[in-house]
Design a protein around this ligand. Structure first.
Ligand code: BDR
Ligand code: CA
Length: 336
């Protein structure tokens, strides 16, 4: 196992290639506290090949000094049919970028001739677990299918992983895709339950905290005006449809930044107030499939239901926005 006691935390970022995923990836690329070794891609917001293409698009725009490997993973949930969020993230999962043209009438986002690595995402996850062991943090921004598949293939190796920070679930608040469930858990509840039962330390960044940090549209546009860079333009473009969804359905013109918040809490766990709970994911509900159910009873049986998850229940939004600005906008201003 590689000795990594000092220096940035090695991370693997697992994503379903959507709009808030894109902002989260840019934050992780710009954060000196983490070393993004690879991006593994899963079906969720959009099919897995389009999601991988979206990740390559983000990398081509962010232009990091060191480009992480991008590996495609599971095409569908463990046992259920695929379920996407194209109605929220746009038909390409990234705000329908083909719509945008520059002043000369040329496509602002021309077709990319890039391909993900030939490596399989599950192999990449297992190899990282072997190499970095306890030092490795996996951050998941989509359904947990890739991680559950890696656990099912080689649980012993995956149990070496230091922690999994997961954007998913809704413990004390309603769901967003159904009354009970948050999208990532709803799409693959079976995978989410495999991860919760795995024994790997899990930090759950769910809607409990995500809904405390709405990003207003005007903030994106203000930044674009002040720093008219390629990255700022991209963020304004890719969030357009996503934010219109919130304007039309949730009563505010902006969006939640679920996935960036998970990156923020990975980087600085002190941003969140957590509670250690036994958490289960409903896999067979008539109305509650994908619900994250925490046993918060005083009298719970610790022997049969030991705590398995640190659930984030509150977040210091002021400090989070400061970090968001530093890693997204100010990095934009510097890298231009
Ligand atoms: C989650 O669902 C996806 O659509 C977002 O990218 C985020 O990961 C929020 O429920
Ligand atoms: Ca996502």
């Amino acid at each position: 196992m590689t000795d990594m006691s000092n220096g940035p935390i090695p991370i693997i970022l697992d994503t379903d290639g959507g709009v808030d995923d894109a902002m989260a990836i840019i934050m992780a690329l710009n954060a000196p506290q983490v070393d993004l070794k690879a991006i593994t891609v899963v079906a969720g917001n959009i099919d897995v090949d389009q999601a991988a293409y979206n990740v390559l698009r983000v990398l081509s725009i962010a232009q990091p000094k060191s480009v992480p490997l991008v590996a495609t993973g599971c095409e569908r949930p463990l046992v259920r049919p695929p379920f996407n969020a194209a109605g929220i993230h746009g038909v390409d999962g990234l705000g329908e970028l083909h719509r945008f043209e520059d002043a000369a009438g040329m496509a602002r986002y021309p077709i990319l001739n890039l391909k993900p690595s030939e490596s399989d995402a599950i192999d990449v996850l297992l190899e990282a677990a072997r190499t970095y062991g306890q030092h490795l943090t996996i951050i998941t921004l989509g359904p947990l299918t890739n991680i559950a598949t890696a656990i099912q293939r080689d649980a012993e190796t995956m149990q070496r992983v230091g922690r999994i920070v997961t954007m998913g679930g809704a413990v004390t608040v309603p769901g967003n895709i159904s009354a009970a469930a948050e999208f990532n858990f709803f799409v693959d509840p079976d995978a989410a339950q495999v991860v919760m039962e795995s024994g790997i330390p899990v930090v759950l960044v769910g809607l409990d905290v995500a809904m405390k940090a709405p990003l207003p549209r005007h903030r994106v546009e203000d930044h674009l005006q002040r720093y008219p860079t390629q990255v700022a333009q991209f963020i304004a473009d890719c969030t357009e449809i996503y934010m219109a969804f919130y304007r039309d359905n949730e009563g505010f013109y902006g969006c939640y930044v679920h996935d960036p918040l998970a990156v923020g809490i990975l980087i600085d766990p002190s941003l969140a107030t957590t509670e250690r709970v036994h958490l289960m994911v409903e896999t067979a509900g008539r109305f509650t499939t994908g619900m994250s159910l925490a046993d918060r009873r005083d009298r719970r049986d610790e022997a049969s239901n030991p705590p398995n998850v640190d659930v984030c229940l509150d977040v210091d939004t002021e400090r989070f926005w400061q970090m968001f600005d530093e890693l997204l906008w100010q990095a934009i201003a510097i890298s231009g």
